[in-house]
Design a protein around this ligand. Structure first.
Ligand code: SAM
Length: 262
């Protein structure tokens, strides 16, 4: 993996705070301090983080299974945890190829845990910024075949791009680069409760990079031009829930969807 990347342990970082809420160990006192401050204002954040990861697993299982996708471009990967994209995809289709992308040096430092592909498939890690889709596409082409369908995954990352026009132009560039029959899968925080709005305010005072909540309608617009897979853009617990007790699962302050490029 070459030389050890340097990372700042004095500024709270998204990937590490997220890791803390998910019950991981790859975080520092500054991350836990902000994580706890947000927890106090918004106790549901832990459930929110876990429900978001559970959506990731269900979406990847759907894509590798029913949709027959064999290539995944997961941008804003986060620290390795249970059910990483390649593990879920390759448990359905061992030949799946996965490219992970993140710009946090600590994710890079832990990337080895993401490079545990089956022998039939492949995984790769790119240290790059979502704001530079050209670099991501160029590097990803070493592992993925851009003439075949690819699932582009943007889970919990678009909120880090505040401006809608900039975020939409990045999504468009990525979707334009993949062929018909490809998918966009995304999930992001919504401004759907006072508690979550307060949590974002605390986050933006201290953590890096800042995070900006959108309304469910603004999230849905990222899928313009794509065919939404049922049940459309919904709160993650309501996206194809595993069979369980009857009735709709409770919503969290986040919306997600899976769209197919016609
Ligand atoms: C909230 S975590 C989500 C992790 C994972 N996708 C999940 O759903 O559990 C957001 C991740 O996006 C990464 N990230 C934020 N801004 C980014 C950018 N501009 N380019 C690349 N990665 C970014 C962070 O480092 C972090 O790992």
């Amino acid at each position: 993996m070459g030389q050890q990347p340097e990372f700042d342990t004095s500024v709270p970082q998204t990937a590490r705070i997220w890791n803390y809420w998910l019950g991981g160990k790859d975080n520092f006192p500054v991350d836990r301090a902000v994580g706890d401050q947000i927890l106090e204002a918004f106790p549901a954040i832990v459930e929110n983080a876990r429900a978001s990861r559970a959506f990731l697993a269900r979406a990847v299982r759907y894509l590798a299974g029913e949709a027959g996708i064999r290539q995944f471009l997961d941008i804003g990967t986060g620290l390795p945890t249970a059910n990483n994209t390649h593990q879920v995809a390759q448990s359905v289709a061992p030949e799946s190829r996965i490219v992970y992308v993140d710009n946090d040096p600590i994710v890079l430092a832990h990337a080895r845990a993401l490079l545990t592909s089956t022998s039939q498939g492949a995984t790769a890690y790119i240290d790059a910024d979502l704001r530079d889709p050209e670099s991501i596409l160029k590097e990803a082409a070493r592992t993925l075949d851009f003439t075949q369908p690819i699932a582009v995954m943007l889970m919990g990352i678009l909120g880090h791009i505040e401006d809608d026009d900039q975020a939409r132009s990045i999504v468009k560039r990525l979707v334009d680069a993949v062929p018909s029959g490809s998918y966009l899968t995304m999930n992001d925080g919504t401004d759907t409760s006072e508690e979550v709005v307060e949590a974002a305010r605390i986050w933006n005072q201290s953590a890096n990079p800042t995070y900006h909540l959108r309304s469910p309608d603004r999230i849905a617009r990222f899928f313009d031009g794509l065919e939404l897979v049922e049940p459309g853009v919904v709160s993650p617990p309501r996206w194809r829930p595993e069979p369980g007790p009857s009735g709709l699962p409770a919503e969290i302050d986040s919306f997600c969807g899976v769209g197919r490029k016609p």
